[in-house]
Design a protein around this ligand. Structure first.
Ligand code: KMH
Ligand code: ZN
Length: 273
């Protein structure tokens, strides 16, 4: 598929509304933000949710309210995080899958995450993967380092999974795989030929990773979860601003943006329900 699937990583668990005022945190704000991202060219909304105080939560009720609000406002693919925040328990990270989202992330290994550890023990990853499959949800492998690709390939085989494989490479988290010039081409060379992939760079790496992903024929993730500054010293005001930029860069590279339905077809979601 030559069209670019743009994912809006709109919220995250680490960003704070005080530093990123455009961060959507209530169901109404999420619905409005999602609508604007959709109009700007996004196809997937990668969802983390916040509690009434704006703190990250894996509350099923909070996910339910957010999912309903976004689905009422748009036709976007709602992709639940299962990574949550580094402090979330394994059970809490699994719980929102009860809502059977179309897509959910799946990180297949552990990694340093700034001063913290994003812990994904092998038995937990296998349990989480089984829960995703039981929910009829299509996983997006959320890859922070190269060993996670190997683990994803191994688990797919050992669980006898048959879904379409989609990888998202998140480069530049301090302690994880940096956004080296050749990082994306290396990672892409390790995934199956019939798999699809997207990429994002955290912070300063963001634009270079976006450009490289577009040049290599991949898809792109952007949003306030990943980047706070539009340009040096210029804060991002809202997620749609970042989506618009990717859509413009894609057009300059001769690629159109995929609608949510085109993304569903390309990611094997249309046949999974
Ligand atoms: N917040 C990170 C610890 C995901 O959404 O799947 C994990 C994360 C990955 O954001
Ligand atoms: Zn996330």
């Amino acid at each position: 598929m030559d069209k670019v699937i743009i994912t809006a990583a709109a919220v995250g668990a680490e960003a704070d509304k005080r530093d990123r005022p455009g961060l959507p945190t209530t169901p109404d704000e999420l619905a409005r933000d999602a609508r604007r991202c959709r109009d700007a060219g996004a196809a997937i909304y990668h969802l983390h949710v916040r509690d009434a105080k704006g703190a990250p939560t894996m509350s099923v009720d909070a996910f339910s309210a957010a999912k309903s609000a976004i689905e009422e406002a748009t036709d976007l693919i709602v992709q639940f995080t299962t990574g949550g925040a580094v402090s979330d328990s394994e059970d809490d990270r699994i719980a929102p899958l009860a809502l059977r989202p179309e897509m959910a992330t799946l990180t297949t290994g552990s990694v340093n995450f700034g001063d913290d550890v994003f812990l994904n023990r092998a038995p937990f990853v296998e349990r989480l993967y089984r829960k995703i499959l039981d929910a009829g949800t299509v996983p997006e492998y959320e890859i922070f380092d190269s060993g996670m690709v190997a683990a994803a390939l191994r688990l797919y085989e050992s669980l006898g999974a048959s879904h379409h494989r989609h990888f998202d490479f998140v480069l530049g988290v301090p302690g994880a795989m940096p956004a080296w010039d050749d990082a994306l081409s290396y990672l892409v060379s390790k995934i199956p030929h019939d798999a699809t992939w997207s990429a994002t760079g955290i912070g300063r790496a963001h634009l270079d990773v976006t450009r490289t992903a577009l040049d290599l024929g991949g898809n792109v993730r952007t949003g306030l979860e990943d980047v706070a500054f539009y340009d040096a010293g210029v804060p991002v005001t809202e997620n749609a601003q970042l989506i618009e930029r990717v859509a413009r860069m894609a057009a300059e590279a001769g690629r159109e943006t995929a609608s949510p339905q085109e993304a569903r077809d390309g990611l094997g979601l249309s046949s999974s329900t």
